[in-house]
Design a binder for this molecule. Structure first.
Ligand code: ZN
Length: 230
């Protein structure tokens, strides 16, 4: 994995800031794993998520912290998960269901159905894209879609990251999915904006170039920022 420096962060944020989270996730993985450039869109979602988790742990540390609202009482509380539990490992890339082979859905497959408002239609189209055999239309009933979906989830458990919560306020138990690309992109954006703000402040004060400011160590940059504010 390639370590992302400050200039890489800014380039990543700039390239992806107006894109869909699916594309932001692909860009982030490609920035950290340039040897896979051009192929990440065709990785199963679980593989993309494992790569994103690895990147997140290396750059921001292993503790993923966020806020969640209780499904029952709407109380907001903080959660923390260990990003290392999402990184590493491998999964098979296809499943066999009742003698028919399906490859696992990729970012490219999701992008093709992401604007379909009807969830059942989207699920059917997604599985049709992934079917390696010609299946008759009659094979795509809801039960069949559910069976194939469950088999895919069992084979690629990180494709959808399900988190369980017990509300500290009302005790309700509920589950939520963690959208890893969106979660990480918020952090990329925050880091990018913070760096630009520091460049603006230090360039205005000392007349240094952007490259000079970005090449300062974080400790030194923070120190100069404190001096400017003092
Ligand atoms: Zn609650």
């Amino acid at each position: 994995m390639r370590i992302l420096h400050n200039s890489d962060f800014l380039a990543l944020w700039e390239a992806g800031r107006l894109l869909h989270p699916l594309d932001q996730g692909i860009l982030a993985v490609q920035a950290a794993f340039p040897e896979h450039d051009g192929r990440v869109a065709d990785w199963p979602i679980g593989r993309r998520n494992r790569a994103l988790a690895e990147l997140r742990c290396a750059v921001f540390g292993a503790a993923l912290r966020g806020w969640i609202a209780c499904r029952q009482c709407s109380e907001q509380f903080e959660f923390e998960i260990d990003g290392r539990s999402l990184a590493g490992g491998t999964a098979a890339e296809r499943v066999l269901v009742q003698g028919h082979a399906f490859r696992l859905p990729t970012s490219r497959d999701l992008a093709a159905v992401v604007h379909e408002p009807d969830e059942t239609v989207a699920a059917r189209r997604l599985l049709q894209q992934c079917a390696e055999d010609e299946l008759p239309e009659s094979a795509w009933n809801e039960k069949q879609i559910e069976i194939v979906g469950e088999s895919m989830a069992a084979t690629d458990p990180l494709a959808e990251i399900r988190l369980s919560f017990d509300c500290p306020s009302c005790g309700a138990h509920f589950e939520e999915s963690l959208d890893l690309p969106s979660f990480i992109w918020e952090e990329v954006e925050a880091r990018g904006k913070q760096l630009l703000m520091q460049v603006h402040t230090l360039a205005s004060t000392y007349g240094w170039s952007q490259a000079e400011i970005l090449s300062l160590s974080p400790g030194r940059r923070d120190f100069y920022m404190e001096m400017v504010r003092a």
